[in-house]
Write a new protein. Structure first.
Lengths: 114, 114
């Protein structure tokens, strides 16, 4: 029974398209995150939501918009895709936002923009 | 500006020997450090953590050492097993922010040879 799931696992699309990546967690956690792993392999936080409220919003282009319909879901919508958006996107969740909380990651979505 | 760095992209050790993975950070505000392990096509999973009030934390075969004056931490795996072969990410957090924000390094690929 998958704790944090992401769909799709692979996404190949053309520049200029709009796409969404979905994330769901069944752990009952209050906080969810989106990370981007770029070509240099660094995992960088993009957004986090706590109880559907935006907590972290890093310097990310406006083309990226997170949507949290409920505590168990945090979707990532990307408008006007660019070549530089190609990366692996990881969703994660944690019980809260305290420092002792560990984050549980999904398997990642590999996005390739052509 | 990468605040957490893992300068060794890869490490190869023989089964049964010690694996030492290193991590350096620049932000003196970091007060909580974590190691995550990642297998191919999976998301990172939490391995071990350490608070800045400690200099050592041990969990079975895994020990994390923190040297605050040098802004350096290391993960020791003894004895190393082939199943430990994975990418290891170091991460750091500023606890007082209470946002759950983690800053990750770029990972070190560990190969344990039978």
């Amino acid at each position: 029974d998958t704790a944090v799931s992401q769909t799709p696992k692979y996404l190949v699309t053309q520049m200029g398209n709009d796409k969404s990546i979905k994330c769901e967690q069944n752990l009952g956690h209050d906080t969810m995150y989106w990370y981007k792993q770029d070509s240099k392999k660094f995992l960088k936080i993009m957004f986090s939501y706590n109880n559907k409220e935006l907590i972290i919003n890093e310097t990310v282009p406006n083309r990226f918009s997170p949507k949290s319909p409920d505590k168990a879901h945090l979707n990532l919508h990307i408008n006007s895709l660019e070549l530089g958006d190609s990366a692996v996107y990881f969703c994660a969740s944690s019980p809260g936002t305290g420092i002792v909380e560990t984050q549980y990651f999904g398997p990642g979505t590999r996005l390739l923009v052509l | 500006d990468q605040q957490v760095k893992q300068n060794s992209p890869s490490l190869s050790v023989q089964e049964g020997r010690i694996s030492i993975l290193n991590c350096d950070y620049t932000n003196s505000m970091f007060d909580y450090f974590l190691w995550y392990k990642k297998y191919p096509a999976e998301g990172p999973t939490f391995l071990i953590s350490i608070s800045s009030i400690k200099d050592k934390n041990e969990d079975g075969r895994f020990t994390v050492f923190l040297n605050k004056s040098a802004k350096h931490l290391s993960l020791h795996i003894v004895p190393s097993q082939p199943g430990d072969s994975a990418v290891y990410f170091c991460a750091a957090s500023v606890g007082s922010s209470n946002t759950g924000k983690l800053i990750f390094g770029q990972g070190t690929t560990l190969q344990v040879k039978p």
